[in-house]
Design a binder for this molecule. Structure first.
Ligand code: WT7
Length: 690
């Protein structure tokens, strides 16, 4: 047994001595107050922010119990503020306008730029005016489908400034997924870019956007304006890219290249619909730099972000202004132990909640300097992340276990050739981290001197909920450890009884924290059913967890029909429905399956229509169907021919049996309720090599 996987690691003195929380006693004291006096705790924190008017009446008002009427959560009622003002204007007014807000690092090493707080504010005001000129008003939804460029943050902050809700769709989603989200969100304006390079792959965002707008139009929904940032095609009239001057290094060639190190730069031709499509730079050229904030009630919606739902239809998770602001800022400050001189880098895409909270709002609310990275960890080679760490002297770094696992495979030399002495805190998020990857992160990346923060949270929670803190928490590899301030976790069994130490149960939270989602856009009932119905009085995360004898929380993964592929939650029902749409497929059942790099992957059992053959060509078609319906990142890993599926007599597919078959585990458990037991043997005999 490798001792390093099971021992407890203590924060280094250098980190402890400068941190906001330096001992477990201090943590416990603050935590106790946050639970027993949440109003007082968060009221003190709210002092740091600007409010146009102060809260009146109850600072916290809520109902967490479905049996007591509708679920609602209201923090700081009556207060009026603007999160964009608090993220930008406040720092500029305090004399920090020249501080760098973002370093932008492009896909190709050498494509880089930077933007100060003052400059960012100027651009945000201009773009806010562009949105207004195109009819966007407070409460409207704006869809954003963009790569990791400064304009993405500009678009998001501009929406917040004028009180429009942003609905960002990750740029890896397909046209159909983008269309579905635009329809559900009832948007009429889309902000996108011409395209983006990810490693050696070109993503033609405008083409995908065109297709999505066409799908919407076919369903009677007109997207009346499409603003397009010109990112790939830096031309003479636009010698700047991403709003920042580019250090143009390397050869520029005009077509896709797969040669590492050669800058792939393509003058992408885009189709144009006059009257609808508008170039970002054209609109910005004439926009005014003055834009007064829309003063928002703290409970006014700030944004919605879609997340997979177990029924297959994505849910528009809705966050409001004031509570989200407090929570994003506070978790960022304590969990990364933010200090003035830090250079912070979160590798997540802004299209996911991690990017919303920890690339944009959290860092900006704290006035920090951070890196935005458009590329991938593997381009031009597996040392890219550490090269960027060296270049900017990154001190706080945040990434996903799947990235760590895949980089581990390339060996240590890609890491050690770069100087990582600036690093202090290393964060992980998205899925449970296996102790092997944790130890590699700690020992090799962090040279044994950095604190690791394993942060458990969700799109729904707005910010970190269970996490270690860099200066105080003794770290156990694989455990997210203790609740953040304001989070009161319990682990329950099916009957709503707390489980014993060491037993697995449902991870639930029994008190509202400021960053909790307030509703599902357009479907409050779904919000109540999904998160509050199973355990009245609690918010149910949908994750399993255990407590150990020292009180550490160990999150074990989803308990519902969701799969966590490389830190992205996917619904098995959504993949099944994409497969069933194929004319050759009679039935499909998708289950989660362990995967060395991705953590989990999807394993699909396919029942073909009578008389059809299960061929490689068909498998490729089915994979392509999922790519086009959901997006490339959702492509299934394993497809198995399943002439029959294990079902109960009432016709319900027995997924726990399918999970066993997928793993090749003959111990399938009780199958007495199965309609036709012979199916199990048949499926074992048809397992592909994987
Ligand atoms: C699900 C939420 C907000 C983070 C990005 C994903 C899993 C997340 C951890 C962790 C164990 C984790 C859970 C959760 N998860 N972080 N540190 N340890 N599991 O956001 O798409 O809303 O997914 O990710 O299963 O429910 P999301």
């Amino acid at each position: 047994m490798d001792d390093r996987l099971h021992k407890t690691y203590f924060p280094d003195d250098n980190i402890k001595n400068e941190s906001h929380v330096r001992s477990m006693e201090q943590y416990k004291e603050m935590y106790e107050r946050s639970i027993s006096d949440p109003e007082g705790f968060w009221k003190d924190i709210a002092q740091q922010f600007y409010f146009k008017s102060q809260p009146q009446g109850k600072f916290l008002d809520f109902n967490f119990d479905v049996n007591n009427g509708p679920i609602y959560i209201k923090w700081m009622q009556g207060a009026v503020t603007n999160i964009c003002f608090n993220s930008l204007d406040r720092h500029v007014q305090q004399g920090n306008g020249e501080k760098v807000a973002f370093y932008w690092e492009g896909n190709y090493p050498g494509d880089a730029g930077q933007i100060s707080y003052a400059e960012l504010l100027r651009k945000v005001c201009k773009f806010a005016n562009v949105l207004k000129a195109n009819g966007v008003k407070k409460g409207d939804r704006v869809a954003i489908y963009m790569p990791m460029i400064v304009e993405l943050s500009v678009a998001l902050l501009a929406c917040a400034r004028i009180g429009a809700m942003h609905s960002i769709v990750f740029a890896g989603f397909s046209a159909e997924s983008l269309a579905e989200r635009m329809q559900d969100g009832e948007v009429s304006i889309l902000v996108t870019a011409d395209g983006s390079w990810r490693g050696t792959k070109l993503v033609n965002l405008k083409e995908i956007s065109d297709k999505a707008m066409e799908i919407c139009a076919g369903k009677g929904q007109q997207i009346t304006t499409c603003l397009v940032a010109k990112h790939l095609s830096a031309t003479e009239e636009t010698p700047v890219r991403n709003g920042t001057v580019v250090n143009d290094g390397g050869d520029c060639i005009d077509e896709a290249t797969s040669e590492p190190g050669v800058r792939p730069c393509q003058h992408l031709k885009v189709n144009w619909t006059e009257g609808r499509d508008i170039w970002w730079h054209t609109a910005m050229a004439s926009a005014s730099e003055d834009c007064e904030c829309e003063w928002m009630d703290v409970e006014d919606p700030l944004f919605m972000l879609y997340t997979s739902g177990s029924t297959g239809k994505p849910k528009g998770v809705l966050h409001t202004t004031g509570g989200y602001m407090l929570y994003a800022a506070t978790t960022f400050k304590y969990v990364f132990d933010y200090q003035q001189h830090d250079i912070y880098w979160c590798t997540a895409d802004v299209g996911w909640i991690t990017g919303h909270t920890y690339v944009c709002y959290g860092p900006l609310l704290n006035g920090s300097t951070s890196v935005i990275f458009e590329g991938t960890p593997f381009y031009p080679d597996a040392g890219r992340l550490w090269q960027v760490v060296e270049k900017y002297k990154v001190s706080k770094f945040y990434t996903a276990p799947t990235a760590i696992r895949s980089l581990m495979k390339y060996g240590d030399s890609y890491v050690t050739k770069y100087d990582r002495s600036s690093l202090k805190v290393l964060g992980t998020v998205g899925e449970p981290i296996n102790p092997e990857a944790w130890v590699w992160y700690h020992d090799v990346i962090g040279e044994g001197r950095c604190s690791i923060v394993d942060t458990f949270w969700q799109t729904e929670t707005g910010g970190h909920t269970v996490t270690s803190l860099p200066g105080c928490t003794p770290m156990k590899p694989g455990s997210a450890s203790f609740p953040f301030f304001g989070i009161k976790p319990t682990i329950l069994d099916e009957n709503c009884k707390p489980v014993e130490v060491g037993q697995e149960g449902y991870l639930v939270f029994s008190q509202p924290w400021p960053g909790i989602m307030r509703t599902v856009y357009g479907d409050h009932q779904r919000y109540e059913t999904t998160y509050f119905k199973k355990f009245p009085g609690y918010y149910c995360t949908g994750d399993g967890a255990k407590l150990d004898e020292d009180g550490y929380i160990w999150v074990t993964g989803r308990i519902d029909d969701m799969v966590n592929v490389s830190g992205h939650l996917l619904s098995t029902a959504e993949i099944e429905s994409a497969l069933i749409e194929h004319q050759s497929v009679a039935e499909a059942a998708v289950v989660s399956h362990p995967h060395e790099i991705k953590g989990e992957c999807t394993y699909c059992f396919i029942t073909l229509c009578e008389g059809l053959e299960f061929t490689d060509a068909l498998v490729s078609e089915l994979k392509a169907a999922v790519r086009s319906k959901i997006g490339p990142f959702a492509q299934p890993d394993v497809m198995q021919n399943a002439p029959g599926l294990p079902k109960t007599r009432s016709g319900k597919i027995m997924r726990r049996v399918l999970r066993k078959i997928a793993r090749g585990d003959k111990d399938v458990g009780d199958i007495s309720t199965m309609a036709d037991e012979s199916v199990v043997e048949l499926l074992f005999s048809l397992r592909p090599d994987c």
